[in-house]
Design a protein around this ligand. Structure first.
Ligand SMILES: COc1cc(/C=C/C(=O)SCCNC(=O)CCNC(=O)[C@H](O)C(C)(C)COP(=O)(O)OP(=O)(O)OC[C@H]2O[C@@H](n3cnc4c(N)ncnc43)[C@H](O)[C@@H]2OP(=O)(O)O)ccc1O
Ligand SMILES: O=C(O)CCC(=O)C(=O)O
Ligand SMILES: [Fe+2]
Length: 350
């Protein structure tokens, strides 16, 4: 459809158009706006500054073709500890599956606003399926330039009945095809933490629930004034990010000030250690992290806290035991605020 030029003054309320009517920022972008609406202008400290990018730094790129090789395991554990982020290639998730889920994402966001809005918080037939924009429009002082569809997996039957037909098969295929990689990564990471043996209870704690988000960042008239997604770390155990070839993902450097670009590498997946694993591994990290789509999590009803094995040597617990659902609710109820979500689980002496 050809873009219509609409003056911003024609809008009585940008938020109503974007949020309530389900047009999203995609709807705004397609109007051919010449300037960013004021609702999206981020305060200076939240904007991304090119000056803070470290040009020649890179997060590790790990070739997983020989994934039983102890050297590969060491690279994974070192990258998780040093960066919390790494890219994997030759990961055994078929490349056609990745292509199909990318196409399905375009197909879903290409639907009309009315069709997408059927999955909004107010109209969705289930809490497990949600179309939205920004992060938490109620709590945010400035909105973020992103639309999303969030799909929490309960069962194949539920997904088949309630997920949007435009993308459900491809999202299911993508999440299921990633399972073998996820299990391998968790096995290696647990061994690195000296948490041996994966019984059913431990497996549920690490990967008992799966949420897949499809994020859409349309062209923005003034990208320098806003953000697609603000500074945050994921509340997952692990996040598997599939990004397209546009780029734009940055990871906090270990100095807590600089940013490192994560260049798109065709066929690669970005792996990001989330807060839940940080809490269970008792790591007192202070750098921010950014990542994407398949969030591997404990189950909502699980209580998370440092694994007994990591405290066995006398290491003092940094985190208390928290109900995972409470932790996630805490994350979703506030605007993005860097790495502060984890403070919710910290023992008061830290
Ligand atoms: C959207 O932009 C994002 C997203 C992210 C995501 C990063 C992650 O790491 S997602 C992985 C989180 N883990 C899980 O989902 C697994 C565990 N799940 C749960 O514990 C529950 O499913 C639940 C998420 C807590 C929802 O349980 P429910 O009983 O339905 O609780 P509610 O009271 O309805 O919701 C609580 C609160 O959260 C808001 N919310 C719920 N789902 C979502 C969602 N998918 N996206 C955004 N917000 C959501 C909901 O509106 C409630 O808030 P109220 O203010 O309405 O009370 C990273 C970066 C991004 O930019
Ligand atoms: O799209 C990106 O590059 C980052 C998105 C992200 O961090 C998230 O959805 O949790
Ligand atoms: Fe993220």
């Amino acid at each position: 459809m050809a873009p219509t030029t609409v003056l911003l003054s024609d809008f009585s309320d940008v938020t109503d158009f974007v949020v309530n009517q389900g047009n999203g920022v995609k709807g705004l972008s397609e109007m051919g706006l010449k300037a960013l609406p004021k609702q999206y202008i981020q305060p200076l400290e939240e904007r991304f500054s090119e000056k803070k990018i470290v040009p020649h730094e890179s997060i590790p790129i790990i070739d997983m073709s020989k994934w039983d090789d102890p050297e590969v395991a060491k690279s994974i554990c070192d990258a998780a500890e040093m960066w919390g982020f790494f890219q994997v290639v030759n990961h055994r998730v078929p490349l056609q599956v990745l292509d199909r889920v990318k196409a399905a994402t375009h197909r879903f966001f290409g639907l009309s606003a009315a069709e997408k809005n059927k999955y909004s918080k107010e109209l969705s037939p289930s809490n497990n399926v949600r179309f939205g924009t920004s992060f938490n429009t109620q709590a945010e002082k400035a909105l973020e330039w992103k639309d999303y569809l969030s799909l929490f997996y309960v069962s194949d039957d539920e997904a088949s009945a309630l997920w949007p037909p435009a993308c459900k098969d491809e999202v299911l295929e993508y999440t299921k095809s990633s399972e073998v990689l996820i299990k391998q990564l968790l096995k290696v990471l647990m061994k690195g933490l000296k948490v041996e043996g994966t019984d059913e209870a431990k497996e549920a704690l690490l990967m008992g629930s799966v949420r897949t988000n499809l994020n859409y960042y349309p062209i923005c008239p003034n990208p320098e004034l806003t953000v697609g997604v603000g500074r945050h770390s994921d509340v997952s155990t692990l996040t598997i990010l599939l990004q397209d070839d546009i780029g734009g993902l940055y990871v906090r450097g270990n100095d807590g000030e600089s940013w490192i670009h994560v260049p798109p590498i065709s066929g690669s997946l970005v792996i990001n250690i989330g807060d839940a694993l940080q809490i269970m591994s008792n790591a007192n990290g202070s750098s921010n992290r950014i990542s994407v789509p398949i969030f591997i999590n404990p189950r909502p009803q699980d209580t998370i806290g440092p694994f007994p094995e990591v405290l066995a040597s006398g290491e003092k617990p940094v985190y208390k035991q928290v109900l995972y659902k409470d932790y996630v609710k805490h994350f979703f109820r506030k605007a993005h605020d860097g790495k502060k979500t984890v403070d919710f689980a910290k023992l008061s002496i830290f």
